[in-house]
Write a protein that binds this ligand. Structure first.
Ligand code: ATP
Ligand code: MG
Length: 160
């Protein structure tokens, strides 16, 4: 199932992510793809909010690839901007991080991980469509909990 959403502000992106976060379960991987400044980190903060984390805590430090947070579920925030190869990703244990079953895992620059991403990852693609506008496409496995997200995100859907 693919859901197309329009965000008109950072607050919209945060809220879309928070609504998705409410549907997430341990073991889920959320794979974020989009240019510099598209809103990937804002999206991570929104998912964190759904898990009870303050937005100030969810940041992307330049040289840290994996950050773990203790929310109502554990949140593993991965930013692979600086990863040069799949081999490097495996060397630092990202394949195990991604296949873990007790945390929600959200990945910035996920396309760099190619086949290391689980096939049932939730894929989120951002397109910058204006200064404050972003088109956000979210592909999820066909599960009831994501149908609930689709219903809750209706006001961000074109014509919604
Ligand atoms: N609709 C929007 N959604 C998200 N961010 C927006 C939006 N409109 C403007 N912005 C701005 O775009 C920037 C997004 O920054 P953010 O760090 O989330 O991007 P990113 O995709 O993580 O970038 P990077 O690739 O550098 O990690 C912020 O400065 C935010 O205020
Ligand atoms: Mg970022």
């Amino acid at each position: 199932m693919t859901i197309l959403l329009h965000s008109g502000s950072p607050e919209d992106t945060f809220e879309i992510a928070r609504l998705l976060g409410l549907a997430l379960a341990p073991g889920d991987v959320v794979a974020l793809t989009g240019d510099l400044g598209a809103g990937k980190t804002v999206f991570c903060k929104g998912i964190g909010a759904a898990l009870g984390l303050s937005p100030d805590r969810v940041v992307s430090p330049t040289f840290t690839i994996v950050t773990e947070h203790e929310g109502t579920l554990p949140l593993v925030h991965v930013d692979v901007y600086r990863i040069e190869s799949l081999r490097e990703a495996v060397e630092i244990g990202l394949d195990e991080t991604l296949s873990g079953n007790d945390a929600v895992c959200v990945v910035e620059w996920a396309e760099k991980l190619g086949e290391l991403l689980p096939t049932d990852s939730i894929r989120v693609t951002f397109t910058i469509s204006g200064d404050d506008s972003r088109e956000i496409a979210i592909s999820t496995p066909d599960r009831e909990r994501f149908s609930g997200f689709r219903a809750r995100s209706e006001r961000f859907q074109p014509g919604g």
